[in-house]
Each structure stands twice: as C-alpha cells, then as structure tokens.
Design a binder for this molecule. Structure first.
Ligand code: NAD
Length: 331
C-alpha cells in the first residue's frame, strides 16, 4: 500500500515518520510541493494521496487522479471549501478530513491573548523597549472579574469555557444548539442581544456561514457594554473590521485579540519583508496598542500538527483498505 503526501512541511515530518514506523505495511512518500495539475502526475502507482493546501484543488487534479485509478484523498485540515463538490462527485473521490485535531490549541491561545489584552502586555513591552519601566498609567484588569460571553459552544468553545471557569470568571454562552451539560449549568442566554448586554468580554467560536458573516457589525457593537474586549480566533469575516475600528476609536471596544482577519490571505503565512500591501484595516489594527493581531497561529501546536498528520494518514489507510472511513466528508 502506497500513499503520496503532498505539501509536507519540515515540522510535519517527525509525525509522518512516527506514523510510518507504526504502520510498516504502508509506504509513505512525502514531497513539499502542493498538488497541482502537474505534480498530480507523481501520484501514478500510489493508492492514495494525503494533502493540505489553501490553494484550490483544480478539477483537473481529480480528473487525473481518477484516470490513475486513485480515489482516496485525505486532507490534513478541516476545510473542503477549496475543492469543487461537482468534480469530487464526478470523479468518485472519497475525501476525508480531520474535523477535530486539538480544540485545546485554539481555546488556550484565545484565553492567553485575552490575558495579554487585560494585562496590557503589548503596551508594557513597548514601554520596556523605550527603557520606561513605570507601571502607570497602564492599569490592568483581572480575568476573574470579567463576564465572558462565549459565542459557539462546540469543541473549542467548550474547552474555552472550562478554562474561563478555572480562572473564576463568570461565563455566559450563546449557541444555536445547546450542549446538555452546559444547559444544566445554566450558562446559556437566549439571544445574542442578551449576551452583548451582559458580557465584558466576547469570544467567538462559531463557524463562518453566510448567516454569521459580519455577526459583529455596528449594530452589534452598539448593543455591547462600553469598554468590552473582543477575541476572535475563529474566522475573520465574522467581524466587520471597519465597524470594529470605529468601535475602538469610540472606546466602545477597549481591546481586541484577532488571530484571524477578514482579508488574511493577503498577509498571513507570507514573508512580506520590505513589501507594501494594500490592506488599510490591517495597518490600522496592527498599529494599535490595544489590538493584538496574530497570523492565524492558534492551531499551530505540536499536538495539533501531529494529529493533523497522523489522523489523515490513518484515514487514508482506512479508505484504501475498506473503501470508507469515519472521517469521510459528505458532499
Ligand atoms: P464546532 O463545529 O465544534 O462548534 C461550532 C459551534 O458553533 C457549534 O456548537 C454550532 O452549533 C455553533 N453555531 C453554528 N452556527 C451558529 C450560529 N449561527 N449561531 C450560534 N452558534 C452557531 O467547531 P469548533 O471545532 O469548535 O471550531 C469553531 C471555529 O473555530 C471553526 O469554525 C473555525 O472557524 C475556527 N478555528 C480556528 C482555528 C485557528 O487556528 N484560529 C483553528 C481551528 C478552527
């Protein structure tokens, strides 16, 4: 049994090699190149491919895989939005993904960034760099004193809630579908309006759908408490960035921690040293002392990368051996 893994980064290799040792019946070859109309030809003679890329999977890639008799494609990530569902069906592709690789990675990061906001660490680091070691006027806030409004109580939201409870914060939550355990604890409020009214911190852990795009817009900010803190480690377009900038200007929002941005593909995971790029909201937000922008790194831990690599290879092996997998994506 042979699997060709595309787009493999150096940091993924140790986990791929570990999986290979545990599965000596499978031969895995790793290449750093992404799967394209040209590189797909390298898959001839393999039983499956393992992939991860932001760039689109072209219809030709699937057409060629089909012509080589390969129908097993395993993603090391979650999203399948960069492949055409019609092509997937037309060429009888079995696609698996890794829907849950480490909710704690994202939850812990979002809490850490909130702590940095509350304790104003960016401002202190900048003062420190100027040899200014005075503490005033950067008086900070305590997490245990906050009312944390968690929007989205799925895998990541639940871990975040447990961490916030550990810090002694009051937690309230909103989700379209209630988790029975959290329901028993009485954490849910009935509406977003209610959450906006009560929360001193709002953290987003819901997916991006047409209905959730710009969920935090001017109308939403207007309903929030003055001096609210916003955390987004979910998806950039959940927040209307222009409205956020206005809310920061007015003081409605006291600070924001953003691991994702509306137009982040222009910037994130790229080396733009010495280059200028046309994204005024990015420059506006990153220049602020009370805004922390990180380049979509919440997921990037050893545990998460290991799980992404090893779960995807196991899913590909399952597909090859049995024709199915518990990680099969329905199109
Ligand atoms: P999940 O599917 O387990 O949970 C999402 C929750 O959102 C569910 O409980 C669902 O009922 C709820 N929901 C969906 N639509 C809603 C709506 N309109 N209103 C209220 N609630 C709604 O997902 P998860 O694994 O917890 O991930 C949450 C999000 O985190 C993902 O969608 C992804 O965008 C983001 N994410 C970010 C990173 C990162 O590195 N920053 C990594 C992984 C995931």
């Amino acid at each position: 049994m042979k699997i060709l893994a595309y787009g493999v980064r150096d940091d993924e290799m140790p986990y791929l090699e570990e999986w290979q040792k545990q599965n000596p019946d499978v031969e895995v070859k790793a290449v750093p190149e992404l799967i394209t109309d040209e590189t797909v030809e390298w898959a001839k003679g393999y039983d499956g491919v393992d992939v991860y890329q932001q760039l689109p999977y072209t219809d030709t890639v699937f057409e060629k895989l089909d012509s080589y008799g390969i129908h097993n494609v395993s993603l090391r990530n979650v999203g399948v939005d960069n492949m055409n569902p019609e092509a997937v069906k037309k060429y009888n592709m079995n696609i698996t993904n890794v829907p849950v690789y480490s909710p704690a990675a994202i939850a812990e990061f979002s809490v850490a960034q909130l702590m940095n906001l509350l304790r104003r660490t960016k401002e202190y680091f900048h003062k420190f760099d100027r040899n200014d070691y005075r503490w005033a006027p950067q008086i900070s806030h305590e997490l245990n004193d906050q009312v944390v409004g968690v929007i989205g109580t799925g895998h990541i939201g639940q871990v975040a809630i447990n961490i916030y409870k550990g810090f002694g914060a009051k937690v309230i939550a909103y989700d379209k579908f209630h988790n029975p355990e959290l329901e028993k604890e009485g954490l849910y409020v009935d509406s977003l309006e209610e959450l906006y009214k009560q929360a001193t911190v709002i953290t987003l852990h819901i997916p991006l759908f047409p209905e959730t795009e710009h969920m935090l817009d001017k109308a939403a900010f207007d309903q929030m408490n003055d001096g609210v803190f916003i955390v987004n480690a979910s998806r950039g377009p959940l927040i209307d960035e222009s409205a956020l900038i206005d809310a920061l200007d007015s003081g409605k929002v006291a600070g924001a921690a953003l691991d994702v941005l509306e137009d982040e593909t222009k910037v994130f995971n790229k080396d733009l040293t010495g280059k200028n790029m046309d994204y005024p909201e990015f420059w506006n937000l990153t220049s602020r002392e009370n805004v922390l922008v990180s380049p979509h790194t919440a997921f990037y831990t050893d545990v998460a990368v290991k799980n992404m690599v090893q779960y995807s290879l196991s899913a590909n092996k399952d597909l090859i051996e049995t024709g199915t997998s518990d990680k099969l994506v329905k199109f």
